[in-house]
Design a binder for this molecule. Sequence first.
Ligand code: F6P
Length: 367
Amino acid sequence: TIRIGVLTSGGDAPGMNAAVRAVVRTGISRGCEVYAIYEGYQGLIQGGKLIRRMDWSSVGGIIHRGGTIIGTARSAEFRTREGRRRAAANLLALGIDRLVIIGGDGSLTGADLFRREWPELVAELVEAGEVSSAQATAHPHLRIVGIVGSIDNDFCGTDMTIGADTALHRITEAIDAISSTAASHQRTFVIEVMGRNCGYLALMGAIAGGADWALIPEMPPQMDDWEKHMCDVLRIGREHGRRDSIVVVAEGACDRHGKPITASYVRKVLEERLGEDTRVTILGHVQRGGAPSAFDRWMSSLLGATAVEELLAAGPEAEPKLIGLRENRVVRLPLMTCVTDTRQVAEAIAQHDYERAMALRGNSFVE
Ligand code: F6P
């Protein structure tokens, strides 16, 4: 029997449950045993009741739920070799040698390292008498498949990551709500949204919510006195009868010298230069929680199902794949190329090389 493990790792993202459900049910319908590994890599290391066999109904009634029912964590221990050795022992004890990892770039890098180390870890475990040579011989390789779960939509290779669409809906609803109170008082609001070094949520939220101005990490304002430009646009809006003024700031926004642009700084500028009654709203984790959108439910379902198909089709030493979405098609991409490109985007942004960052990202939403 083929035994597959599935875990969610890193920040939770709405849609992760749909992916877990699809992995479990596709696995079962393909005749495999599927195990949920609770609390991310921590569950892999601790084993015991944190690794549980799932049946069809264990994942019933979860597709509409936010977060991840199998829990997630950022595990420092899995970054140590000893942690990974214990993880290998737990998997071998259950005969699991295929994993679906749903997480961000750190989680996927960890998974790939674990896969590469596997033969060595197994040999060590046999030598230490922790694992029988029969168990070792039965599972000489670890196969992994990655799916990106992150509201940030910051991953190279895939057009969308699990949770980004839901977070965008949440942001849009928040901007709508704020606009109505802003308009009543003729106030200005600065709204800070999540996304780390990715401006997807801020830009798309600003467009969808009809905001006046957006600040994103990938396109810092080019002029030195960008504050004047922003204020002019807002002032002209007021002169034309606009009652609400909304500025959306990505949490990773910077000026062209790399200096962070914070929501409170923008507020200060607007108050001082425009004399506007300005409020700041930091949307925070409401963007990440709650029920997934229809898009996140179906996309995650397709990705989860394809992940199992890939695990069953891939050769024992095949390069691991990332299951993503590109131009409305589910695609299998080289996992580590996508991870490396994603890292390089972050580096390019840190070095203010925005053209390179956008070229690498490939799912460029700004031409
Ligand atoms: O990566 C998802 C994300 O929500 C980012 O947008 C944000 O910067 C970060 O996680 C917040 O992390 P934490 O939940 O650990 O505060």
